[in-house]
Design a protein around this ligand. Sequence first.
Ligand code: CAA
Length: 389
Amino acid sequence: MTELPIYPLTDEHKMLRDAARDFAQKEIAPIAAELDESGEFPHATMKKMGTLGFMGIEVPEDYGGAGMDALSYVLALEEICKVDASHGVIMSVNNSLYCHGILKFGTEEQKKKFITPIATGKSIGGYSLTEPQSGSDAGTMKSKATRDGDFYILNGRKSWVTSGPVADYFVVFMMTDPDKKQKGVSAFLVEGNTKGLTRGKKEPKLGIRASSTSELLFEDCRIPVENRLGADGDGFKIAMTVLDAGRIGIATQALGIAEAAYEAARQYAGQREAFGQPIGAFQGTGFKIADMKTRIEASRLLIYNAAIAKENSKTTGGRYSLEASMAKLFASETAMFVTHQSVQIHGGMGYSKELPVERYFRDAKITEIYEGTSEIQRLVISRSELGMK
Ligand code: CAA
């Protein structure tokens, strides 16, 4: 595959990208198919990724992170996702949905206590917003946190929590004042071993099978007031701000999956012969290759652009919702398009578990669903462009 020199990367960027590429090839590639089959969580490789700094790339070194920029994060994540989207989503949630929110909204004590174990890879973090009856309409959650002196009592049921069965710490969103709707939501930092918190059954999933997903059940879970993230009532804005960062991660996951599926198709189209010539020599296949490559490079531009917007927002404080949503929308639909075409180019072999192509196809679908469906991304983009709420 031709690598286009579209952004001037620093030596530091290239070194990190190469380190992630090397790690993914050596440590993840040999186990990816097996983990997909067993659905086992990759504890050992996630720990190693933590020691290499991949679990807190933008986290300052003071809190155990690598202290690098937002573009570094997507460059490393892309390499991991090219090899395995399950490792990719765990890395994305740790970096974006978990560490990024605490870094932006947390107190000094919260950063030290809740970021350091995650950024160093000792522990796993999770983000818990969705509920069984509240998905895209996240502001309609029913879980409640009731103030009791210096504590909050948490009750409710959360669903579709990435790393839910295994995470050691969670950022959790609950209603503190349901009458105020979105303005009555607050955010909390919850330790996984808190009394009253139990994990639901692991969800059986179509793809990203090595990333464990479950419900979280809160029954009179007592947590100290100092574990509230941000002010009372700020939770919805925190959730949305953090999702802007998360969506860049998922866009990158989609890019990595698409690149892997594309590369497999490109090689196969040059080798496999039919009617006396390589199938890539038929325009029907060659034009597929052209469309796949073009959409992948367009996704990459949107993603790198969104990462630069995110980096700039660290000094300006401005939002980058539009850039993040466009990147996620386009990259996830590209991943579906490319993996679909890759299976088609491979014919029967694309349908076989002997090649990773069918895994890429299954893994791609979730990128159009979680951290905001494609419909929600279109809503965010159109509202922004039309100046409407
Ligand atoms: N950044 C900062 N503030 C934001 C914001 C953002 N990106 N988006 C909205 N807000 C603010 C608004 O400005 C508004 O504040 P004011 O009232 O002060 O003006 C407030 O939040 C409410 O905004 P809206 O009226 O736009 O809210 P809404 O109810 O119409 O919802 C939505 C907007 C875009 C549909 C939003 O609900 C949304 O993104 N839904 C999808 C949720 C989602 O992505 N869920 C995935 C969960 S994570 C997951 O998938 C699991 C996992 O583990 C990976």
